[in-house]
Design a protein around this ligand. Structure first.
Ligand code: AMP
Ligand code: MG
Length: 427
């Protein structure tokens, strides 16, 4: 990253500065640079198990117990000694009692005897095998069992799930319902987690008005803060909403400073192109440091990434669709890295036959919006949501996937197979 100490002379394109280059980065390169730059938050706290959902584990968890702690039955059936199983002809066993889950049978089981046993119940002394009840004919006080069973069947061994001392969860694990259950099964009620990152957001633009006010000529409602707030909330970070910032040098710098003192990351929208009223990149360049600011993708080509004070900075474009596309492709992985998530998820991609003709110029990676459908024969097909303008938020709202068109791809004819990223895999 370069640091510019001197103000830019008027009319100088930040792209012309040494180290930035004119060439836009590929999305993969941009993502790799961001991940290399972002460090997980250092702070930590201990929270109750229920509150740990969506948080990131700070320490490894080793089991202090064997799970299960006792040999128990995987079925409702009859427990007996495996060496007693009949080899050829059916045999009858005397039923001497019942072992319930949580209420074990306490006596010893001898030859020719068995105990009625429920799923999860401890295997009584003298038994090592369970015959499921569907395979048993009960005749008076006797259980008649056919040949063909295996010694040790339907029994869950001590420590089969997790052994005492074994690593149950690694640091950096995102805690989902399965991990909450696992921690509970180990008897852990208090969980060490990383601090939740704070992400400050603001919108830039003199045309933006808050909801609840009348729109004047040329004014629009600020929608980007709502999509950003939604996407960030789904990731489980704390959002600091700094509202709308006017298109002046002073207001922009003041907003940067207010954001940097209270947040680990700053995400803004608008003002990153090279228009007359675009102060975001300039402010980052003059008072922070710019990592890059052009990515060869559509929508979302001007996107500024860098650092301002201690915070990492993402200046997203102003167009509402560009905000969402760049957030999912670049900010989301960064936020996960900031949260300290180690198990980086691979995006779910599907190949689908495209039903509509798609216009596409070679030279940049495109994320068009589509509707993906599963066919009765198990294959997928996708159609465009129509008008793909970067300002057309309806194209996002009606879509359930991105149609990803690679760099060198030209127009897509109906029937061609394309790669699709379902929104279902996105936070
Ligand atoms: P800019 O990148 O600032 O030039 O903005 C590009 C386009 O996005 C313009 O049409 C803006 O009016 C629009 N835009 C910018 N910010 C927002 C916002 N917060 N909500 C809705 N539209 C916006
Ligand atoms: Mg603007």
């Amino acid at each position: 990253m370069t640091k510019a100490h001197d103000p830019l002379p008027a009319g100088v394109d930040p792209c012309d500065l040494p180290g930035h280059g004119r060439k836009a980065l590929s999305l993969d390169e941009a993502r790799a640079r961001i991940i290399a730059e972002v460090r997980p938050v250092a702070g930590r706290e201990t929270v109750g198990l229920r509150d740990s959902l969506g948080r990131v584990l700070a320490d490894e968890v080793r089991s202090a117990v064997d799970v299960p702690s006792h040999r128990n039955s995987a079925m409702d059936g009859y427990a007996l000694a495996g060496e007693d199983l009949p080899a050829t002809t059916p045999a009858a066993f005397e039923i001497i009692g019942t072992s319930w889950a949580g209420r074990p049978y306490v006596g010893e089981v001898g030859r020719g005897q068995c105990v009625r046993i429920m799923t999860g119940a401890t295997l009584p002394q003298g038994t090592d095998t369970v015959v499921m009840q569907e395979h048993v004919r009960v005749d008076g006080g006797q259980a008649v069992i056919e040949a063909g069973h295996r010694v040790g069947q339907n029994v869950r061994a001590v420590g089969e799930d997790i052994r005492r001392g074994e690593l149950a969860l690694s640091p950096g694990t995102l805690l989902r319902p399965a991990q909450l259950g696992l921690l509970a099964s180990l008897g852990i009620g208090q969980v060490p987690v990383l601090r939740r990152p704070r992400v400050a957001i603001f919108s830039t633009g003199d045309e933006l008005r808050p909801i609840g006010t009348e729109l004047g000529l040329g004014q629009i409602y600020d929608s980007n803060r709502y999509t950003l707030q939604g996407m960030l909330a789904r990731l489980g970070v704390e959002v600091v909403d700094l509202g709308v910032v006017r298109d002046t040098r002073e207001d922009t710098l003041r907003a940067f400073e207010a954001a940097a003192v209270q947040a680990d990351a700053i995400v803004t929208s608008g003002g990153v192109s090279v228009g007359e009223a675009d102060y975001v990149t300039e402010t980052l360049e003059r008072h922070g440091s710019v990592g890059f600011w052009k990515v060869a993708m559509k929508p979302g080509k001007p996107i500024a990434f860098g650092r301002f004070g201690e915070a990492c900075f993402f200046g997203l474009p102003g167009n509402p669709v560009s905000v969402m596309v760049t957030f999912y492709q670049l900010v989301q992985p960064a936020v996960r890295a900031l949260m300290g998530v180690v198990d980086v998820e691979t995006p779910i991609l599907v190949r689908a036959a495209c039903q509509t003709r798609l216009r596409k110029k070679p030279g940049r990676l495109e994320f068009q919006r589509g509707v993906l459908e599963r066919q009765p024969d198990g294959t997928y097909r996708v159609r465009s949501t129509g008008h793909q303008g970067a300002g057309v938020l309806r194209s996002m709202s009606e879509a359930n996937c991105f149609i990803i068109l690679p760099l060198e791809q030209g127009d897509v004819e109906p029937g061609t197979e394309v790669e699709v990223q379902p929104f279902a895999g996105l936070a």
